[in-house]
Design a protein around this ligand. Structure first.
Ligand SMILES: *Cc1c(COP(=O)(O)O)cnc(C)c1O
Length: 358
């Protein structure tokens, strides 16, 4: 099934960045994976090429009509091994996103094999410090140069790699302040909220900027119809701990089905927590907070892994969660999750995929 991958070597390798100054998405490695699609040949020309600018038609459809989807995952280094976390889930999801935007499916195994070979070549770029990883960004966009609103006849898939630092800077989890957005919405049922579509982020920026100006870290989105039910946060899914139960909004078509979300649900079940996926209204949260039953809130996503929420603002109401500290359930899930990811704990589900040396 797998296609032959051509390797185009670059003349000089780049200098590696200072590992104490990585932050997120700032540096890119020497190479990227590139794969082309057109109607005649289907997917073809699978290559590992030097990272650098690409030529694109000014009329490329992605720029005008937004056919563009992406993924995000991480590679970790532990005891000299480079490991991916559930990468099959990302390529399953990219096909889900592609289908929604009427873009061609990719062969998941071929692309995953290409990614492994790319990461193998770049294994020296995988940082080893606490909380550090190689962030992996696969994406597909429409390249046909024609102005006409219809699916493009040609596409490009690229995978670029960025060594990234700990999301929290330091080692410990630090609770974030969240603004519950009651004017703008991110997605509606029947739309593209369940797909990892570039335009979803474009649509979220105004609310994010407004929340930042008011001193909040992220926006919590409500459902697009009644603006009553909680959906998700920025680039994270959201969880609540109420009376010891772990609760998260059910996937309803407008929420992005996070791989961290799915994994945290599985992990919470294994750790013996009762987990509920259901509708959660903001009113319920405010009420249960008043009763002292809402003890923890946290977000989940590849970038931050698990991120505690210390404060929620909704209209005139401001609620403080767990005294603005990381709660025990959040901490336990985080420790177990990161332990499995990094190879320090057993991995009974085989979530870790070792990158072979080719
Ligand atoms: C990517 C993303 C998430 C988190 O998904 P993970 O697979 O856990 O990284 C959550 N919400 C949105 C809108 C996203 O784009």
């Amino acid at each position: 099934m797998s296609e032959k991958i051509e390797f185009v070597q670059r003349e000089n390798l780049k200098e590696k960045p200072d590992p104490t100054d990585l932050s997120f998405g700032k540096y890119f490695t020497d190479y990227m994976l590139s794969y082309d699609y057109d109607l005649d040949k289907g997917w073809h020309n699978l290559q590992i090429v030097p990272y650098g600018p690409i030529e694109i038609s000014p009329a490329a459809q992605a720029i005008h009509y937004g056919q563009a989807v992406f993924e995000g995952l991480k590679a970790y280094k532990h005891n000299g091994e480079v490991v991916l976390f559930r990468p099959d889930e990302n390529f399953k999801r990219i096909n889900h996103s592609l289908a929604r935007l009427e873009m061609p499916q990719v062969d998941e195994e071929t692309v995953l094999e290409g990614l492994k070979q790319l990461v193998d070549i770049e294994r020296d770029w995988v940082p080893e410090g606490e909380g550090q990883s190689l962030y992996i960004r696969p994406y597909v966009f429409a390249t046909e140069g024609v102005l006409g609103v219809r699916p493009s006849y040609s596409y490009k898939l690229l995978i670029i790699l960025s060594p990234s630092g700990s999301y929290y800077g330091g080692e410990s989890l630090s609770p974030t302040k969240i603004y519950v957005e009651d004017e703008y919405v991110r997605a509606v049922r029947g739309g593209v909220g369940h797909a990892k579509v570039a335009g979803n982020y474009a649509a979220s920026l105004l609310a994010q900027t407004n929340a930042s100006k008011l001193g909040y870290d992220q926006v919590l989105w409500l459902d697009g119809v009644e603006q009553k039910y909680v959906e998700e946060v920025g680039s994270m899914n959201i969880f609540f701990v109420e009376n010891g139960k772990v609760i998260t909004p059910e996937l309803n078509g407008s929420i992005l089905p996070g791989i961290t979300r799915k994994s945290v649900i599985e992990l919470a079940n294994q750790l013996g927590y009762e987990v509920e996926e259901r509708r959660v209204s903001v009113e319920e949260l405010i009420e249960s907070h008043k009763q002292g039953e809402l003890t923890e809130v946290f977000g989940t996503g590849t970038a931050a892994v698990i991120s505690p929420v210390g404060q929620l603002k909704y209209g005139e109401q401001e609620i403080i969660i767990n005294n603005n500290e990381t709660g025990p359930v959040t901490q336990k899930l985080y420790d177990n999750y990161v332990g499995i990811q990094s190879g320090q704990l057993a991995d009974p589900q085989n979530w870790r995929v070792v990158v072979p040396k080719y």
